[in-house]
Design a protein. Structure first.
Length: 615
C-alpha cells in the first residue's frame, strides 16, 4: 500500500508541472533522401524471449565510506516459483533521486531482468529513503556512484560484470560513475542525458531556466519527503532520514533556485556547474555507451556533443535522436526498422556486457536520427552527417511584426535597423514552453504554430525553391543595439508552410552583457563559427551602452529537418522567452522596457549559419 501511495503521489506531482506529453513532430509520408535505411541496418537481430520472472528484495541499507547509508532495492531473475534463480548474472546499476518506490521514475528494467540481468536500484543520497542531504551530482554523490557499483557486483549471484542504465538523472549519473572506472564496468545506456549543466538546462544563454528547474527541484523534494517504506519496522531511522531531507531542501534546493534569480554565483557558469557536467569528464569514459536523445528534449544541445566526444576518443558509441520531449523518449518505436529502447539496450548489453558475438552491430551506422518534416528515421556514420556544409544566410529588411524580411546568400546594401520591443510574455505561446516543461502542453496550438509568438518580434524567411535538409548545429551572428543597458536575444529556427504556419524546430539564446566569445572552445568550419561558445562567467560580463552596436553570436541548438518545396526556413527573433527563461536581478532591471535594434547591411552583416545536408 505504501508503495502504491508513493507511486500515486509521484504521478500527481509530475502531472502538476509536466502535463500530458507526446512526440513532437507530425510525420510526412515521403522519404526524401537516398541512404542506408534503419530497417536494413538494424535488421537481422532478434531479441530472445523472456525466460525468467522477477524476485525483489526491498530496502537494503548500503553503508558508504563516510558512514551514510543508501537505500537499495535488488531485482534478480526468478525461477518459476518466484524464488531467485540459481546462477550468476551481470548486474545493472541504476541511481535515482525520484524515490525508487515511485514506479516509472525508479527506471526499473523488467525487460532486461527477465532476460538474465540483475538490477540494483538506489535512492541517491538525501532522496527517497536514503540518508544524508541531496546536492544533485555533487562530489560526494559521485563517489557514492563508484561505491554502489563496487557493492552491486560483490554478491554470490553476480558474475562480476556491470552495466549502467537509466533515464534523465539516471542517465547523467551513469556518465559521472563511468568516468571513475568502477571494477567490472562493461557498458552504459544513458537515455536523455545532460552534457553541460549550465548551457544545456540551467542557464541557457545567460538567463535562469524558470520553466523546468524550480518544478524539478520541487519534484525531488516532494518525493524525498515521502515516508520511508521501512518506517514501520525502523521508525527511528525513518525519522532521521526525513529530518535529513528537510534540512537538505533548505540548504540546497531553496538556496540554488532563489540564489540564481537574485543574481548570485548560481546565475553564472563556474565550478558549481562544471562539477556536475558530464561533458567535463566524458574523456574519462572508456566503456561502450549508447546515447538516446530527442530533438525537443531538455538536453537536445548536449546529447550529440557527448556522442561526438566519445566517438573522437575511439569509444564504441551510438546515438539515436528521436522527435521526443524529455518524458517521451522512445515513444513511437519500433518504426522504420528502428527497434524500441528495450530491444536496443538488450542488444547493447548482450554484446558489450555478456560478450555475445554480434557482427551485425558493428555494421550499424553510428547515428540514427529522426528527420523532422520528413517523418522518418535516417542513418549516418557521424554527426553532423557526412556532406553537410554550413551555409551563410544574411538578414535583410525591413522586417516588421507579422511582415517578415528575407534571408539571402548575399550581404544587403545599407538598410535601416529593425526594432524588437521588449515583451515580457514573448515565448509563452511557442514550442519553447512545451519543450522546457518536459512536454507540458503537447498537442496545443502553441506547440505546432509559432505565428502568434513571431509577431512579438521580427522574422526573416528563406523561401525553399526545392526540398532542403538541414542537420547539425545552427548559429546566428547578429549586430544589435538596445535602448537600455542590457537585453536578451531569443532566436528561433522555424519551418513555415505554404499557409503561413510556423513550426519551431530549435532555438538559441544570448544575453548582451554575456556576449564574450571563446573562439578556442567554439566549433569553426572553413573559417565560419558554427557553434559559438560563451564563458557565461561573472568575470566575462561586458558593459552594454545604450545605442551602441554589438556583435553577438547566438548558439542555436542542433536539429535535423527537411523543408518541403514551397516552405520557408524562418529565423525569428524576440527579446524574451518566458516562462522558459527569466533574467536574474539586476540583469532584469537593466533590460526592462528596452527596444532592440537588429542591423543588417554591409557594415553589420547579420547572418544565420545553417547546416545544409547534401541531397
Amino acid at each position: 500500500m505504501r508503495r502504491f501511495m508513493a507511486f500515486s503521489l509521484a504521478v500527481v506531482v509530475i502531472a502538476a508541472f509536466v502535463g500530458p506529453a507526446a512526440a513532437g513532430s507530425s510525420p510526412h509520408p515521403a522519404r526524401t533522401r537516398s541512404e542506408v535505411t534503419p530497417k536494413a541496418a538494424w535488421g537481422g537481430w532478434k531479441p530472445r524471449p523472456a525466460t525468467y520472472g522477477i524476485a525483489v528484495q526491498h530496502d537494503i541499507l548500503v553503508k558508504m565510506s563516510d558512514g551514510a547509508r543508501l537505500d537499495v532495492d535488488v531485482y534478480r531473475p526468478a525461477a518459476k516459483d518466484g524464488s531467485p534463480a540459481p546462477g550468476k548474472f551481470p548486474v545493472i546499476l541504476t541511481q535515482t533521486p525520484y524515490n525508487k518506490n515511485s514506479g516509472t521514475l525508479a527506471f526499473e528494467a523488467p525487460y532486461l531482468i527477465q532476460r538474465g540481468y540483475a538490477q540494483v536500484i538506489a535512492d541517491v543520497r538525501g532522496t527517497g529513503s536514503s540518508e544524508g542531504t541531496w546536492n544533485s551530482f555533487g562530489a560526494r554523490e559521485q563517489k557514492d556512484g563508484y561505491e554502489l557499483a563496487k557493492w552491486a557486483i560483490a554478491h554470490p549471484w553476480s558474475d562480476g560484470r556491470l552495466a549502467l542504465y537509466g533515464t534523465s538523472y539516471g542517465a547523467i549519473n551513469q556518465l559521472l560513475t563511468a568516468a571513475q572506472h568502477p571494477p567490472g564496468l562493461k557498458a552504459a545506456f544513458p537515455i536523455v542525458p545532460m552534457s553541460d549543466a549550465y548551457r544545456d538546462i540551467s542557464g541557457s544563454g545567460g538567463q535562469v531556466n524558470t520553466s523546468f528547474i524550480p518544478s524539478w527541484l520541487g519534484l525531488v523534494t516532494a518525493l524525498g519527503l515521502l515516508p520511508a517504506e521501512y518506517g514501520g519496522s525502523d521508525p527511528q531511522e525513518a525519522a532521521t532520514v526525513l529530518a535529513d531531507h528537510v534540512q537538505g531542501a533548505a540548504k540546497f534546493q531553496v538556496a540554488a533556485a532563489s540564489g540564481a534569480l537574485q543574481g548570485d554565483s548560481h546565475a553564472y557558469d563556474g565550478a558549481f556547474y562544471h562539477l556536475r557536467s558530464p561533458i567535463d569528464v566524458i574523456d574519462k569514459v572508456k566503456v561502450p555507451t549508447f546515447i538516446a536523445g530527442g530533438w525537443f528534449d531538455l538536453f537536445q544541445r548536449g546529447e550529440p556533443l557527448l556522442f561526438q566526444r566519445l566517438r573522437a576518443n575511439g569509444v564504441p558509441t551510438k546515438l539515436v535522436m528521436g522527435p521526443w520531449y524529455h518524458l517521451t523518449a522512445g515513444n513511437g518505436l519500433p518504426v522504420d526498422g528502428v527497434p524500441n529502447l528495450d530491444v536496443l539496450s538488450l542488444r547493447w548489453f548482450d554484446h558489450y556486457v555478456k560478450g555475445v558475438p554480434d557482427p551485425g552491430l558493428g555494421k550499424v551506422p553510428d547515428v540514427t536520427y529522426y528527420l523532422n518534416g520528413d517523418g522518418h528515421y535516417h542513418m549516418a556514420s557521424s554527426w553532423p552527417p557526412p556532406g553537410v556544409h554550413f551555409q551563410q544566410e544574411y538578414l535583410s529588411g525591413p522586417a516588421l511584426p507579422g511582415a517578415p524580411g528575407t534571408l539571402s546568400d548575399k550581404v544587403p546594401a545599407h538598410q535601416s535597423a529593425d526594432a524588437v520591443p521588449w515583451d515580457p510574455v514573448s515565448g509563452a505561446c511557442s514550442r519553447s514552453t512545451v519543450q522546457w516543461s518536459a512536454g507540458g502542453g503537447a498537442g496545443s496550438p502553441c506547440e505546432s504554430d509559432n505565428e502568434a509568438n513571431d509577431a512579438t518580434g521580427v522574422s526573416y524567411d528563406l523561401k525553399v525553391p526545392k526540398q532542403m535538409t538541414v542537420a547539425g548545429p545552427v548559429a546566428a551572428r547578429l549586430f544589435v543595439s538596445t535602448s537600455t543597458s542590457d537585453a536578451q536575444l531569443t532566436v528561433r529556427v522555424e519551418d513555415v508552410d505554404a499557409n503561413g504556419r510556423a513550426t519551431q524546430l530549435t532555438a538559441g539564446w544570448s544575453v548582451l552583457s554575456l556576449r564574450a566569445l571563446d573562439r578556442s572552445k567554439s566549433d569553426i568550419v572553413d573559417g565560419v563559427i558554427v557553434r559559438p561558445y560563451h564563458p557565461f562567467t561573472k568575470a566575462s560580463v561586458l558593459p552594454v551602452k545604450s545605442g551602441h552596436v554589438y556583435e553577438v553570436w547566438v548558439e542555436i541548438f542542433p536539429t535535423a529537418a527537411s523543408f518541403a518545396t514551397g516552405h520557408s526556413l524562418r529565423v525569428s527573433i524576440q527579446a524574451a522567452d518566458e516562462p522558459h527563461l527569466t533574467a536574474p536581478l539586476p540583469q532584469g532591471e537593466n533590460e526592462a522596457g528596452g527596444v532592440l535594434s537588429i542591423y543588417h547591411d554591409a557594415k553589420y552583416p547579420s547572418e544565420l549559419v545553417v547546416p545544409v545536408a547534401k541531397q
